[in-house]
Design a protein around this ligand. Structure first.
Ligand code: AMP
Length: 225
């Protein structure tokens, strides 16, 4: 039994928050390609150098680079019983490559989260991330506080969460990623999820959808596959 989950949806839809939550519940890794790239940029690796210009402009990083990163990551031991992918695939080529990686791994569950456009702009422009532990906060709930309540780290705005870049990222999302929905939507394991609800409700809906796919249900405790 494993859960191979892809979270689709525009930036700010809550893929990170919800993906993290279900990954923790199921004991599988959440693999966020944006996080992997930001780390590479910070560490000034070859990948970081390659990705930085595209990321700063809110554009997409090269397909082959992304497919290589995800292929390597899914091969790691902790992803043996599944994964939650956030930020990948973003193009049909990436989706085709992911299907090829899924051979022998069970079905891919694809969840498309949707949130109204203007709500996304507001959410992203008010989004703060802890530099130490990566937890995401919203200025709508924490006001002027700039210290992480989990670890005390400093809270900063991502450079690409600036409003003008946010609007551009949403346009890129619509243009490049809509074909992905067409690619997946006729599958029995493709579901839509309303992301414009309280986070606990979104989490409950997500669990229900994932459990509609028999092989993705959690194993009863004490039973091993
Ligand atoms: P995210 O954190 O998912 O919003 O990603 C931040 C940025 O990283 C994006 O705006 C892209 O520049 C880049 N990126 C992340 N994932 C991908 C991907 N699968 N394909 C291409 N570019 C990506």
């Amino acid at each position: 039994m494993s859960l191979n989950l892809v979270m689709l949806g525009p930036p700010g839809a809550g893929k990170g928050t919800q993906g993290e939550r279900i990954a923790r519940e199921r004991g599988i890794p959440r693999i966020a390609t944006g996080d992997i790239l930001r780390e590479a940029v910070q560490e000034e690796t070859e990948l970081g150098r390659l990705a930085k210009a595209a990321m700063d402009a809110g554009a997409l990083v090269d397909d082959d680079v992304m497919i290589g990163i995800v292929g390597d990551r899914l091969g790691a031991g902790d992803a043996e019983h599944g994964f939650v992918l956030d930020g990948f695939p973003r193009t049909v080529r990436q989706a085709q490559a992911l299907d090829a990686m899924m051979e022998g791994r069970g079905p891919l569950v694809v969840i498309k989260m949707s949130v109204p456009h203007e709500v996304l702009v507001q959410r992203l422009a008010g989004r703060l991330t802890c530099v130490r532990c990566g937890t995401i906060f919203s200025t709508a709930t924490i006001g002027d506080r700039r210290e992480c309540e989990r670890c005390g780290g400093r809270l900063v705005q991502r450079s690409d969460d600036d409003e003008a870049v946010v609007r551009h990222r949403l346009e890129v999302y619509l243009r490049e990623t809509k074909p992905l929905v067409q690619y997946y939507e006729r599958r029995a394991t493709y579901f839509r999820l309303d992301g414009h609800q309280p986070p606990d409700q979104v989490a409950a809906d997500l669990r229900k959808l994932v459990d509609l796919v028999p092989s993705s249900r959690p194993r009863p405790s004490g039973v091993t596959s």
